[in-house]
Ligand binder design. Structure first.
Ligand code: FE
Length: 138
């Protein structure tokens, strides 16, 4: 997926676009089971887009093996691609990461990452669609 898609305006449209599992994460802030996602261990080169709206969110250049069972990145492809929100659910204080374009829930960010900024973006595979780096080359 290289192009952004229209952002659904109704809940009905979101149900039509997303699988039930994607809907549970993106629209209801669910969390996929650790090690269950398609991209947990992916090392392929490419761009990870929002599964809800197609916005480019994370580059494989910033993906690292965190051992958590979820795709983990040191930073978004551009800071403006995501929004951060304080999340006090489940008896914890965490920072939720959402797609700025469609508002979809992506995961959380923690201050224990390996990069220069020390951030670990812990993202659900169900929120992402990876576009391989060689896509579009004939
Ligand atoms: Fe989105």
């Amino acid at each position: 997926m290289s192009d952004q898609r229209d952002v659904p305006v109704s809940d009905e449209e979101w149900h039509e676009r997303l699988t039930p599992a994607q809907y549970e994460v993106l629209r209801r802030k669910g969390t996929e089971p650790a090690f269950s996602g398609a991209y947990a261990h992916s090392k392929d080169d490419g761009m990870y887009h929002c599964a809800g709206c197609g916005a480019a969110l994370f580059s494989s250049d910033t993906k690292f093996e965190s051992g958590t069972g979820w795709p983990s990145f040191t930073e978004p492809v551009v800071a403006e691609a995501v929004e951060l929100h304080e999340d006090r659910s489940h008896g914890m204080v965490r920072t939720e990461v959402t797609c700025r374009r469609c508002g979809g829930h992506l995961g959380h960010v923690f201050p224990d990452g390996p990069g220069p900024d020390g951030q670990r973006y812990c993202i659900n595979s169900l929120s992402l669609e990876m576009e391989p780096a060689d896509a579009g080359r004939d």
